[in-house]
Design a protein around this ligand. Structure first.
Ligand code: COA
Length: 161
């Protein structure tokens, strides 16, 4: 099995969209229209197995010191193989490269993020601009996603997660 993690490219967009849509159609994650994936393609990392994209994750800059992990998804048949973890770790490395100190995620799987060092926070401390996405969600305003935050103090000086 040939597998690798890499930055997304233009020709990946439809596959990324299909993967996100698989879960969005089940109301497990926020849908992302093709236009948004094109626009924010530089945020995305993909996980390939034998040239097929089986996992995806994006790191989106929110503020001077804050980034968001979003659109994290791994196809069911590839779950529990460490792919989600590798994608998040890659985004954490990316955030550190850009000297970002805090990374948050809004998630129905807080325990997955807790294993990676994220701590539960009150959603209200996040900047108002992040709620722009929530307004597009079919579950708004009755969603019970948890907000999780990782503080990465040692930017560029090794792992602390
Ligand atoms: C959440 C998700 C990305 C996890 O991906 P994955 O590739 O199965 O996760 P991994 O195999 O890398 O798991 C890493 C660790 O977290 C654990 N884990 C995986 N999913 C978990 C969950 N939902 N809750 C708690 N722990 C979880 C694994 O057992 C593993 O533990 P270990 O390090 O002790 O072995 C995947 O379940 C998914 O795509 N879910 C549907 C889409 C979704 O909800 N995305 C939004 C996330 S914000």
């Amino acid at each position: 099995m040939k597998e690798r993690i890499r930055k997304a490219k233009m020709l990946d967009v439809k596959e990324i969209h299909d993967l996100i849509d698989y879960y969005a159609s089940r109301r497990e994650m926020l849908p992302r229209p093709l236009q948004e994936i094109y626009e924010f393609l530089r945020d995305f990392w993909v996980y390939e197995v034998n040239s097929k994209i089986v996992g995806v994750c994006a790191l989106h800059f929110a503020w001077e010191n804050l980034a968001e992990i979003r659109s994290l998804a791994v196809f069911p048949e590839y779950q529990e193989m460490g792919i989600g973890k590798k994608l998040v770790q890659q985004c954490i490395e990316d955030a550190k490269e850009y000297q970002l100190k805090r990374i948050f995620a809004l998630t129905y799987h807080p325990d997955f993020f807790a294993r990676l060092g994220f701590k539960k926070i009150d959603k209200k401390i996040l900047p108002h601009k992040i709620w722009a996405d929530c307004l597009k969600c079919p579950l708004f305003p009755d969603c019970n996603e948890e907000a999780m935050m990782l503080e990465c103090e040692n930017n560029g000086k090794g792992k602390n997660y």
